[in-house]
Design a protein. Structure first.
Length: 212
């Protein structure tokens, strides 16, 4: 009898090799452009229903551990519900990156996360500038959006579904994750010339509004 087909190997990324190389190069340019005196500010986009849970403090500590020396900012540090829209336009350009905490769609060990309308728009604003955006997944840690599968959900109320690769292992320290972490690490070496960063093109399409 012929050998049975080999079992499918869970993917560790949904990005192509070319997309990963482009992302790593873009993160390198961000890293090289940072001066020793530059601080690093990362905004944590987290739904209120998660931020209000007792476990959030522990989860935030895990994010802080992966981003040492980085100033982590949350909604209450910067905004009120009344001034959010105006203030976001003013302060978001000062963020060096974004960490998104989504709602797990299929339980605590899920690889599928749902982002609401506000988080979706925040991701769009940061992605289109080429700055790093990472999902914080329970049990998996930080995962670059470039490695995830991203789908727009809904028509009138647009949301985003983010799927982490089934084979993603935080202990493997994928090169894209390492590049993003280096891009978000305060610089301790000599000055580097500024460099422009290109947006990873495949990230922007799922967020586009539906054609009319």
């Amino acid at each position: 009898m012929p050998d049975s087909a080999a079992p499918d190997i869970p993917p560790v990324t949904y990005a192509t090799a070319a997309q990963q190389r482009a992302y790593i190069a873009a993160m390198g340019k961000i890293r090289d452009a940072r001066k020793p005196s530059d601080s690093v500010r990362v905004y944590i986009s987290v739904p209120p229903l998660i931020a209000q849970r007792p476990q959030w403090t522990q989860r935030l500590a895990k994010i802080r551990h992966r981003l040492p020396g980085v100033e982590l900012l949350q909604f209450g540090d910067l905004f009120t519900p009344e001034n959010y829209e105006e203030q976001w336009k003013q302060v978001s350009p000062t963020f060096d990156g974004l960490v998104v905490v989504g709602v797990a769609k299929r339980g605590p060990n899920s690889h599928v996360y749902r982002l609401g309308e506000v988080a979706r728009l925040e991701v769009i604003d940061i992605v289109k500038t080429g700055r790093p955006v990472l999902l914080h997944a329970r049990g998996l840690g930080l995962v670059p959006f470039v490695d995830c599968k991203i789908h727009r959900v809904g028509n009138e109320r647009l949301r985003t579904k983010v799927t982490v690769p089934a084979g993603w292992d935080p202990k493997d320290y994928e090169p894209t994750l390492q590049a993003a972490l280096r891009a978000l690490k305060p610089h301790r070496a000599g000055d580097r010339p500024d460099a422009q960063v290109e947006e990873p093109g495949h990230l922007s399409r799922p967020f586009a509004a539906p054609s009319r």
